[in-house]
Design a protein around this ligand. Sequence first.
Ligand code: DQA
Length: 160
Amino acid sequence: MAAVLKLLVLNGPNLQLLGRRSPEIYGHATLGEVEENLARLARELGVEVECRQSNHEGDLVDWVGSAAGRFDGIVLNAAAYTHTSIALRDAVAGAGVPTVEVHISNVAAREEFRQRSLTAAVCLGQITGFGVAGYGMALRALVERLRAGAVESAEGRDKR
Ligand code: DQA
C-alpha cells in the first residue's frame, strides 16, 4: 500500500494576524481556525498535514528546502515575500516538491506591487481570491495531482 501523503502548509509574514488584520480583505477567520479546518479536510482526504507560520523569510526558505523526502507537497502562502523573495523562489524550484501558491485576496485586483509573484512560475499553480477557502482548494488540488501520478510523491522521488 502506498504511504499516506504528507502535505506541508506554510504561511508567511503577518498571517498570524488573520481575523484581526484588514478583515475586509482577509476575512474574519483566524489562522488557528484555518489550520483546524485543514486538519479536518486532511482526515477526510486520508492525508497528513502539518501547518507552520513564520514572519521570517529564512524560516520559510529552510522549511521549503528541507521538505524534499519528508513532504509530498506544499501549500504556500508566502504573503509579502511572494512579491520580493528570490531566495524563496529558488528554494521552491530547488526542493522539487510540488507546491501550490495560495493568496486569500485576489492579488491581481490589488496594488501593482502585489500583481507580480516571484514564486508562481515555480509552483504547480496559484489559487487566489477565494478567501481562506483557497487553502482547502489547494490541498485538494495537490492530493488529486499526487494521487493521479501527475506529480511525483516523496515516495516516488525516494525510489529514484
Ligand atoms: C496575501 C497577499 C499578499 O500581497 C500580502 O502581502 C499578504 C497576504 C494573501 O493571502 O492575499 O500578506 O498573500
